[in-house]
Design a binder for this molecule. Structure first.
Ligand code: FAD
Length: 300
C-alpha cells in the first residue's frame, strides 16, 4: 500500500480511542496520547469499528454495535490430496453443500494445492452469548453441530478444523454513513454476512466513490456535501447487500420460506441473485456523484 502513496503521509501502529467534532474541526485521540486536529475522519475500522459510535452514537445509540446474524462457522484448510481422497472429484470444485440449519462452502485455494472449507451453523439463540466473537468448543461439540451430514464432509472437519466457533455479526441497519465531518466506509458502515462473498467488494466500491468525491473537495466546508452524496449513492446498494446476504444464508440452510428445501427453487434463486451485484455500473455511480457535487457546491 505504501508504494501507492507518499510514505510520510501514513502512520502505522496507532489506535484510535476517541473522535470528537466541533464547528467543522475533528479531534482524533490515539492510544499513545497524541491528539490530531483535522478537517475530517473517515473510519474504515471494521465491523466493531470505533468510528461507528462517533457517527451514530448520539442519534441512533441502539444501532452502533453489530447485530448477531444467528450463525456461526468453523473453518478448515485441508491439503488437496487428502480432500480428493475423501471427497473425490468434488474436492476440486467450488461447491456449496446445503441442509436444514447448516451449509458448507468448499473451494480450492493456494493454486489448487489446498481446499478451504467453511461450515456454517444456524443458531436459534437470540444473541451471541460471549464477549469475544470467537468461542472455543471441544471436538465432539463441533461434530454434533452437523449431525446427519454426509460422513465425508464430517471427516474433513474432524481432521482439519479447529473447534472454534466464529460468530457472524452484521450491520443490517445503518441509517446514515456520516455525521457532519466524520464518515464511515467499508465494514464499519455495512459489515455483512459472507453468504454472497460480496463484503470486501462493497468496501472497494465505497473507496472508489469516496476517493473520486474527495478529489473534488476544495474547501473543508464542502466535506459534509461530499459525504451526503456518498451516503445517497452507496448506502442503498451496500445495505441491500447486507440484507440479501442474510437471505442467502437463510436459503442455503433451507430456512427461507420462498425456497424451503426445494432444490429446484433454491437453484433458480441462486442462478439469478448475483447479477445485480456483479454487473453494476460503477463508473455511472462515479459520474452521478461528481455531477451532484459540482451542482451542489457550484464548482463547475
Ligand atoms: C468468514 C468471512 C468470509 C468472507 N468472505 C468474503 C468473500 O469471499 N468476498 C468478499 O468480498 N468479502 C468477504 N468477507 C467480507 C470481508 O472480509 C470484509 O468485508 C472486509 O475485510 C472489510 O474490510 P474493512 O477494511 O472495512 O474492515 P477490516 O478488514 O475489518 O479492517 C479494519 C481495520 O481497522 C483496524 N482498526 C479497528 N479499530 C481500530 C482503532 N480503534 N484504531 C485503529 N485501527 C483500528 C483493524 O485493526 C483493521 O486493520 C468475508 C467475511 C467473513 C467474516
Amino acid at each position: 500500500m505504501t508504494s501507492l502513496i507518499p510514505r510520510d503521509t501514513v502512520k502505522f501502529n496507532k489506535r484510535v480511542t476517541n473522535i470528537q467534532q466541533n464547528n467543522g474541526r475533528v479531534f482524533i485521540t490515539f492510544q499513545d496520547g497524541e491528539v490530531v486536529e483535522t478537517d475530517t475522519a473517515i473510519g474504515c475500522d471494521g465491523v466493531k469499528g470505533f468510528t461507528r459510535g462517533a457517527v451514530l452514537g448520539s442519534r441512533y445509540p441502539d444501532l452502533v454495535n453489530p447485530q448477531y446474524s444467528h450463525r456461526y462457522l468453523y473453518r478448515a484448510i485441508a491439503p488437496m490430496e487428502d480432500a480428493k481422497r475423501i471427497l473425490g472429484d468434488r474436492a476440486t470444485d467450488a461447491a456449496m453443500f446445503m441442509g436444514p440449519g447448516m451449509n458448507w462452502s468448499i473451494y480450492p485455494i493456494s493454486k489448487g494445492t489446498e481446499v478451504n472449507l467453511v461450515a456454517f451453523k444456524q443458531d436459534p439463540r437470540g444473541a451471541w452469548p460471549y464477549k469475544e466473537y470467537t468461542h472455543q468448543v471441544d471436538l465432539q461439540t463441533m461434530l454434533s453441530d452437523f449431525e446427519g451430514i454426509d460422513s465425508r464432509l464430517l471427516k474433513l472437519l474432524e481432521l482439519y478444523a479447529k473447534p472454534i466457533q466464529w460468530s457472524l455479526h452484521h450491520h443490517i441497519t445503518t441509517p446514515t454513513y456520516y455525521n457532519a465531518h466524520v464518515a464511515l466506509l467499508g465494514d464499519s458502515a455495512h459489515a455483512t454476512g459472507p453468504h454472497q462473498a460480496a463484503g470486501a467488494g462493497q468496501c472497494l466500491e465505497d473507496a472508489l466513490v469516496m476517493s473520486r468525491l474527495l478529489g473534488l473537495v476544495k474547501r473543508a466546508a464542502d466535506l459534509p456535501t461530499a459525504f451526503r452524496i456518498f451516503d445517497f449513492l452507496r448506502r442503498p446498494r451496500a445495505q441491500k447487500i447486507v440484507q440479501t446476504s442474510y437471505d442467502a444464508g437463510e436459503i442455503y440452510t433451507f430456512a427461507y420460506p420462498e425456497t424451503g428445501s426445494d432444490m429446484a427453487k433454491v437453484t433458480a434463486n441462486c442462478n439469478k441473485r448475483f447479477q445485480w451485484i456483479w454487473e453494476h455500473d460503477l463508473e455511472a455511480d462515479v459520474r452521478v456523484a461528481e455531477k451532484m457535487f459540482r451542482m451542489e457546491t457550484g464548482d463547475v
